[in-house]
Ligand binder design. Structure first.
Ligand SMILES: [Zn+2]
Length: 348
């Protein structure tokens, strides 16, 4: 017997006969053999890949969805060109550097709430940039996802409200006298009822690139339910349902979000939209962390990428000479030189 075959023909036939799923049967009840055979081929390929792949690759691939790849990012999000390349590099676990067009810094310059910089070293694969919670980049990614989703939901539901404070869910804190924030991203009124949507974009891998227990879609969904308890002392606080819209940086969308989109008619599109926003938003975050608009006054090391040689620039020497030269290359000729050139042509 050929041992390279995945399973004996009899076992294959028995398994096919036992399965009644609509995907593998025609309406008349015949087995779709091509589907079955392709399944076997895919299983075989997965097994081969699993035998060779590194642990990091396995952990990354486990958290992935690919629906976003063939989708055009929504126009209103105004994503710039390098985003697709960066997103693909993140997907394959490659260095993000080659996709980042200009200057790159080596240390995370995102500002924390108290004004100090994050200061952690940036890794080539962009892991820190994806996971870093300092600064406005995460907020920007979250808000972009919320706005785009809200706008696309509008034609499908009765009403959409953005950034609503839900009084029923606000919990006054006796010690401080303040109310605990209960600001939900989207309040959506559908045919079946009111839903309170809360968006979260997160990175599913720990700092070493491996899977960390708490960073899963379900854990993040549970987080949202814990944060906004809808019952108190056995009594319902609100007649609305909480719906966590959770997406990770690799584009996988949480089950609760998919369930919510299902009756709206355009579920696949909406899931892909959230997926695209998660992936492109994260790529945008990597770009702005690795290539900030403003390089901090005294960077430890900055790498100039537009030359073949990666020259390490020291802050003291770099000051005047280098940037000026580059500007002059594209600037208009000085007036004197122009006059000279003119005189020459006239002479001829
Ligand atoms: Zn950081």
């Amino acid at each position: 017997m050929n041992t390279a075959l995945p399973m004996p023909v009899k076992a294959f036939l028995d398994r096919a006969a036992a399965d009644d799923a609509p995907a593998v049967r025609t309406k008349a009840g015949r087995v779709r053999w091509s589907v079955r055979l392709r399944e076997g081929l895919n299983e075989q390929k997965v097994q081969q890949w699993c035998a060779q792949a590194s642990l990091l690759d396995k952990h990354r691939v486990a958290e992935m969805a690919g629906g976003w790849m063939l989708k055009e990012p929504p126009y209103e999000a105004k994503f710039q060109r390098p985003m697709f390349q960066i997103a693909m590099r993140i997907r394959y676990g490659l260095e993000v550097g080659p996709a980042i067009p200009y200057v790159s810094v080596q240390v995370c310059g995102a500002r924390k709430g108290d004004g100090t910089a994050c200061g952690k070293a940036l890794d080539a694969a962009g892991q820190h940039a994806l996971a870093c919670t300092c600064g406005g980049h995460s907020h920007h990614r979250h808000d972009a996802c919320r706005d785009v989703l809200g706008r696309h939901l509008k034609p499908l539901v009765t009403s959409v409200k953005f950034e609503q404070f839900i009084h029923e869910l606000a919990q006054p804190d006796e010690d401080t006298g303040e109310t605990r924030a209960a600001r939900l991203d989207l309040v959506v009124q559908t045919k079946v009822g009111k839903a309170l949507l809360d968006v979260r974009v997160f990175h599913p891998l720990g700092p070493d690139g491996r899977k960390a227990g708490k960073y899963t879609l379900t854990a993040n969904e549970k987080d949202k339910y814990d944060r906004y308890p809808t019952h108190k002392d056995g009594r319902r606080l609100t007649n609305a349902t909480i719906v966590p819209i959770v997406v990770n940086t690799f584009g996988a969308v949480g089950e609760k979000a998919q369930e919510f989109f299902q009756p709206l008619g355009n579920a696949r599109e909406l899931v892909d939209l959230v997926s695209v926003m998660g992936v492109y938003g994260s790529a945008e975050k990597v770009l702005s962390v690795h290539s900030p608009a403003k390089i901090p006054a005294a960077p430890l090391q900055a790498v100039v990428r537009d030359r073949a040689v990666r020259a390490v620039r020291h802050p003291q020497q770099a000051g005047a000479a280098e940037p000026k030269k580059r500007v002059a290359k594209f600037a208009a000729l000085p007036a004197k030189a122009k006059a000279k050139a003119k005189a020459k042509t006239r002479g001829k």
